[in-house]
Design a binder for this molecule. Sequence first.
Ligand SMILES: [Fe+2]
Ligand SMILES: [Fe+2]
Length: 249
Amino acid sequence: MNAQNSASSTRVDEIAVDIFRISTPVPASVVPGGFTFNQYLIRDDEPLLFHTGPRMLFGAVRAAIERVVPVSTLRYISFSHVEADECGSLNQFLAIAPRAVPLCGRIAAMVSIGDLADRPPHALADQERLTLGRRTEQWIDAPHLPHGWECGFLSETTTRTLLCGDLFTRFGERHPAITEDDILEPSEAARIGMDYYAHSPDTGRLLGRLADTAPTTLACMHGSAWRGDGATLLRSLASRLASTASSAR
Ligand SMILES: [Fe+2]
Ligand SMILES: [Fe+2]
């Protein structure tokens, strides 16, 4: 399913079975170089939204979700870490989805979401699994990767899709919904220009743990989703980060 929301420039594309990328472009006049904000909707008995988008996009994201499932049926509102584009409209979604709860790691629940959210979060431990119906998600703690103590990722184990948040961020407002082209070089250009990684001593080990999930689809928050050998790509990113760190010393 590929659909353009006529009320906005927000697109909805199915990038893996029952996983939908909701993407809104931001023009270069607003963000130099242009940008995209992506959310991912997993359609199952207990629908899950990963990233809410910032509050300014709430109406567009809500309308896009409605093209796939009734927004009132959302069960989990999840995200990688606490930032506006990750969970800015969390409470707005909780208000219109009465069965929904925030879904995050234990650090996020303890430090922020237990207070910020209008409903108590469902906190997942590292490696803990959660069944949505036909498919199972696994939470992976990743503190400070790329930033934020509370950071973590969801692995969608049925389709081997890693919901990888800000990893592999790319600028530009026009991207295909999913690509098999190289995304490492353009994301490295963005990373080196913005230096948004925390450069923790654990970065390489954490990327190795994500690679161990052997993802075949990476659900990126900014730019296209990607299909290919995710383990190799994640290990390549770890090597690039290690070489950047050693050259900075
Ligand atoms: Fe971030
Ligand atoms: Fe982001």
